[in-house]
Design a protein around this ligand. Structure first.
Ligand SMILES: [Zn+2]
Length: 122
């Protein structure tokens, strides 16, 4: 038995890290674009001239839906930016709760996650 050797699969491979880095950058770009669109839509909604066709009720509904989406987009943007700063940390890609390695496929799907699937459900 060999001891002191690095166990395979514990840390992310360089190529994986690079791939993830690109993915995060692309997601940030996308979510920022979404934020810009939502902010523009909110402005238009606030402008009475452009919403004359909507009833007050519809207007309120549209506004709160837009605000909720905008808030969610901003939260995601922050998380992604945090992930992009942390990507070079040795513990990046490990679960915040159980400290197990988060599968690369999961990270690629949601780079902003800090939890593994098991801990996500809790
Ligand atoms: Zn976990």
């Amino acid at each position: 038995m060999r001891e002191g050797g690095k166990s395979q699969g514990q840390t992310m491979k360089k190529t994986e890290r690079k791939k993830l880095e690109k993915k995060i950058a692309a997601e940030i770009k996308e979510v920022k674009g979404r934020i810009a669109v939502l902010e523009e839509a909110a402005k238009l909604l606030s402008n009475e001239g452009s919403v004359r066709r909507l009833s007050l009720r519809e207007l309120i509904k549209a506004k709160s839906a837009g605000e909720g989406e905008l808030r969610a987009a901003k939260v995601r943007c922050n998380k992604l930016e945090r992930a992009s700063k942390k990507i070079d940390d040795p513990d990046f890609g490990t679960c915040f709760f159980c400290e197990r390695v988060i599968p690369f496929e999961r990270l690629l799907e949601m780079p902003e996650t800090t939890r593994c699937v098991n801990c996500e459900d809790k």
